[in-house]
Design a protein around this ligand. Structure first.
Ligand code: 6GU
Length: 284
């Protein structure tokens, strides 16, 4: 039964109440750490950590490079909650399970969500190590019906037909780009469109050309469901993609993308993502 398939408001509320009974932090900002970007929590002070497996009702993370815990604390003087290890659709979680942590953060009271990911560059001008401030997305799974908001709509989360033309807040994009330029990152900061594929396969050449033809600059396997659910709840979003590899869009190339290279690029460039996020949070 499609209508009963997910979690209801009460289940999300129970997780929220559990967490609020265990921590005094009252976060206004949520941060989602992407592949290889778990180091984002480094600058968080007075950390209080909750392993996903210790939170009743929470799903479990299965991917290497994703630690699997919620981290509460203070970043740049603001109370935050970080999701270290996210849930991907390709892990077999339904769209509702993938986005459950976002709803939990929403009920915890966040007004802003910073979401990061590792992505492949389809834009020819992009290099490994570039950081793209997301301006829009194409969600192939969500377009095709694997969408986190199908089924009964609970108005306590948000409206039945939420608009999606302003999900990546333009003032947030501007602020992140300014911060990057001021920090001397102008040679590798970008602004572009993120295309989500369900994965776990990397894309065929034709699929990448499709993404590029639609105006996509980077491709990945996350972020879109979380941003949809956050936006549904009225949470403003900033998205940052770390370009971990160049997509192979020619048939005569013998190169192949692999997860190790994605994690390695993440480790090398994560300090810049960390810096941008830390300063961004400070300026909110
Ligand atoms: Cl090339 N594709 C996808 N779907 N996700 C990625 C990636 C590529 N590189 C990093 N993440």
């Amino acid at each position: 039964n499609i209508i009963m398939e997910g979690h209801n408001y009460g289940e999300v509320e129970a997780i929220k109440d559990y967490l609020l009974s265990k921590t005094a932090v009252r976060p206004t900002i949520g941060i989602v750490c992407g592949s290889g970007l778990g180091g984002l929590v480094e600058n968080v002070e007075n950390k209080e950590e909750f392993k996903y497996e210790d939170i009743p009702g929470f799903p479990r993370s299965t991917v290497k490079g994703h630690a699997g815990k919620l981290v509460f604390g203070t970043l740049s003087g603001k109370q935050v909650v970080c999701l270290q290890g996210r849930f991907h659709f390709y892990e077999g979680h339904g769209m509702l399970k993938c986005t459950l942590p976002v709803r939990v953060m929403g009920l915890l009271g966040i007004k802003t969500m910073v979401v990061t990911n590792a992505a492949g560059g389809v834009n020819r001008d992009f290099n490994v190590g570039d950081i793209m401030v997301i301006k829009d997305h194409v969600g192939f799974p969500t377009i095709a019906g694997n969408h986190p908001l199908t089924g009964l709509n609970d108005e306590r989360f948000g409206p039945r037909f939420p608009p999606m033309n302003q999900v990546y807040d333009s003032s947030y994009q501007k602020l992140a780009l300014e911060i990057a330029n001021e920090a001397g990152y102008s040679s590798f900061i970008r602004n572009g469109c993120y295309c989500m594929f369900s994965g776990p396969t990397y894309e065929t050449v034709a699929e990448l050309r499709l993404a590029a033809a639609l105006g996509g600059d980077a491709v990945g396997m996350s972020t879109v469901p979380e941003v949809i659910v956050a936006s549904h709840m009225g949470i403003k979003c900033l998205g940052l993609s770390l370009i971990t590899n160049k997509c192979i869009m020619e048939y005569d190339s013998s190169e192949e993308p692999n997860h190790a290279e994605v994690l390695e690029a993440g480790r090398k460039a994560s300090k810049y993502v960390l810096d941008i996020v830390t300063k961004f949070v400070g300026k909110l």
